[in-house]
Design a protein around this ligand. Sequence first.
Ligand code: HEC
Length: 282
Amino acid sequence: MKITKIHITLFCLSVLVLSSCNQKKEQKVEGTNTTVFQPETGIDLLDLQAKNKLGKDTIITIINDPVYHKTKKYQAVNALNVLKKEIDLSKIDIKNTKIVFECIDGYKPEMPLELFLNTKPFLAFKDIEAPKGSNWEKIIKDGNEMNADPFYLVYESVSEKDIRYKWPYNLIKIHLKPSNESTKELFPSDNKELEIGYNLFQKQCITCHSINGIGGTMGPELNYPKSITEYWIEKELVDYIVDPASFRNKVKMPTLGITKQQSQEIVDYLKYMSKKKIEVRK
Ligand code: HEC
């Protein structure tokens, strides 16, 4: 998640492109100020910040922050207010919707919307204890120094041990999607034996990798146009997924702690999906 100059340039370009797309898609409901929710565009946090539309900020204290591993204080805005201002939740089937967080590097963690709405999430944009001249105390991850810009999602009343909650930093966008989006498109419905591999992929891989365009973009797409199983030797692929660092120096994919057997289940599922290519939507 190191941010290079290229990243920043690409990122600025995409912000320009995306915000101009958004403008075209925005429609006003007559007589009100509500913007009609366009699910495919999501909420562009930088765009809202630039337009001064994030609402009032406040100072919050997070006990046992899971990223910094200590108690921290941030300048932040209430994330529920931002969400409710941009999206009319009364028109959304909350129980069957998930919230997807999009980070600068394409990392896309998600959680049930209902869970998110039942807490007090905040979008932190400045670390009160940051050294002078910087917005954040440095985050050290895998020996790399990073900061949390532009937004870091935190919760006042959630235990850092509750893994159902996601705490993404470098957050740029929020999307709401049907909970079953990936089930519908990626579930091995005609081969139930592959369900284990499917479940492992959903749990361990989809935040960073997509299949047929569904999933994160931090790592490469694994199915389209060529499935990874069509150009890697199977045995090597299984070993790579268990321990990427034994293949590549300074590899960006983490070692996830999965066993060889689990890796084989995932590869079997990926082989099945190679017969189910769907042209990737743009
Ligand atoms: C935190 C993000 C992340 C997660 C989680 C993750 N990957 Fe990766 N993966 C990456 C990145 C980034 C790369 C590019 C690796 C590099 O060369 O630095 C990669 C590379 C790969 C490659 C090699 C692709 C190629 O040809 O270059 C495979 C195969 C792969 N991942 C499979 C998986 C599988 C299967 C899982 C789940 C068990 C998984 N990954 C989980 C980020 C991730």
